[in-house]
Design a protein around this ligand. Structure first.
Ligand SMILES: O=C(O)CCC(=O)C(=O)O
Length: 274
């Protein structure tokens, strides 16, 4: 299936919804052949890596997670740059945003609800604050209340604190058909749902952060350099090989991407403009 590419007005609307409610759902965002290829490859990876549920209250007792997905093949390189999702994230953070982490989350039958949390709750700055994190959940299966759709509490991105871990909060399920993407402000209170069906709810957590904070998964050490060298220029920037506002992340006044590729890059620093 060929999905239509999002226009600027639609991206603006989604960003406005995130500003107002803390989240938006982009239905039909992803081509179904990509969704199916990802679902199939994740099953292969789970088998080959012998992935098992971890068993702590956050990662779950019946939830399969694979981290650092960009290390596992070209298929995953299509995720961070997807033209129906990245423009929305760029409006929430800005174009200097980064890949913070990329992982799969398959919630199995019998899993209980994950504690409600905010993805930025370990960042010690007063709330509310502009988004430093903007996260997305790709639905590789339908997401329903019964199978563990992400639970969200609309509007909580403007709260002056993060939720108490383990406390009960009333929440609603972010139900969405396979191929949709839930996008939220990193301060939104949310958590994975309980799965009361006999089938898995499979999602990809494509998480971004602002270009001036530290990525959750260390992309520079976690991804082999020779792999990053053949990424598209935009993906290289997104994993941290660019410099934010001409300054943050430079190496001896050069962009990491220029050093990586052996280019001289010249004149990219903010200091050159003053
Ligand atoms: O699986 C989900 O729906 C949400 C998971 C989540 O919020 C997390 O693990 O941080």
């Amino acid at each position: 299936m060929q999905t239509e590419v999002m226009d600027a007005a639609t991206a603006d609307e989604h960003a406005a919804r995130i500003d107002q409610d803390g989240y938006t759902i982009i239905e039909g965002a992803i081509e179904l052949d990509l969704i199916d290829a990802l679902a199939e490859d994740l099953e292969r990876l789970e088998r080959e890596k012998g992935v098992e549920p971890v068993g702590n209250s956050f990662e779950g007792a019946a939830t399969w997670r694979i981290y650092n997905l960009l290390a596992y093949g070209e298929l995953y390189e299509r995720i961070p740059v997807h033209p129906n999702v990245l423009p929305v994230v760029e409006r929430v953070l800005d174009r200097g945003c980064l890949v913070s982490s990329l992982s799969s989350i398959a919630i199995g039958p019998g899993e209980s609800a994950q504690p409600i949390h905010a993805d930025d709750q370990l960042i010690p700055i007063p709330k509310p604050h502009p988004a430093t994190v903007c996260n997305t959940m790709w639905a590789l299966t339908d997401f329903t209340e019964e199978n563990g759709a992400t639970r969200i509490i609309p509007g909580t991105h403007t709260a002056d604190r993060s939720p108490d871990y383990g406390a009960h909060y009333d929440s609603i399920p972010a139900e969405m058909p396979k191929g949709s993407v839930l996008v939220w402000h990193g301060s939104l209170w949310h958590g994975g749902g309980a799965n009361r069906t006999d089938r898995r709810r499979v999602g990809i957590a494509m998480n971004y952060c602002a270009g001036y904070i530290r990525q959750q998964e260390n992309q520079q050490l976690g991804l082999p350099r020779e792999l990053v060298a053949r990424f598209s220029p935009r993906l290289q920037e997104l994993v941290g090989y660019g410099i934010y506002r001409g300054l943050i992340g430079h190496i001896d006044k050069q962009r990491p991407a220029d050093l990586l590729l052996g280019d001289d890059g010249g004149g990219a620093m903010v200091w050159d403009a003053v």
